[in-house]
Design a protein around this ligand. Sequence first.
Ligand code: 13P
Length: 233
Amino acid sequence: MKLIIANWKIYLGAKESVALARRLSKIKSKNQLVVCPSFPVVSEVKKALGKNIKLGAQNVAQKPDGALTGEVSAGMLSSLGCQYVIVGHSERRHTLSETDAQIKEKLRVVVSSKMIPVLCVGETLSERKSGKTIEIVRKQLSVLRGLKFENLVIAYEPVWAIGTGLTPTLEQISEVHKTIKKVIGKLVSKTKVLYGGSVDKKNAQKILSLAEVDGALIGRASTDYSSLKKIIQ
Ligand code: 13P
């Protein structure tokens, strides 16, 4: 069984999110689907998803509570039924300047609230071109040091593959996943390593058939019912 995480980003409005969740709840799938809607619709989507689909969040505040205007705490997310939280997505690292120090705090609060972090790592195009992919991924994984996890998900999402229609070759995906598994194997026993970046109904089966790929983190294609249905079935 593979783990498929749908990251709806801010693609869908409230009504569309609930309607899509309702349709997805009727699909019989051999894989585990987790849906990460945007914050304002988390509760409504949770109700619409039913029992078989799990709920996740796209981000979390770095502090457990207090004065952080506009943020949403891990405790709130957990009480609303979230079981997974995406941390360190490249859109937050690169567009919103999130740092490794903030990412580490977020991992800490997610674990304290008994949810599973989905830590995103991945290189930019210039890093890939200059042969630095493995070095960058190892550096991004170093935020895990000193933290304790029972369950952890790592998503390898090359920045240049997100929303571009470009994907690495299967060999490139395998290479990075193997490295991640080697690094993490020493720290956490239960880890899943997902691939993300332009996964769609055409390329999903090939990527998911790789032994090192435990699932996928999907943006755009996960907002389309028939694409997601095809990917998870
Ligand atoms: P796309 O699937 O739209 O490329 O987005 C990937 C992603 O960022 C998932 O978190």
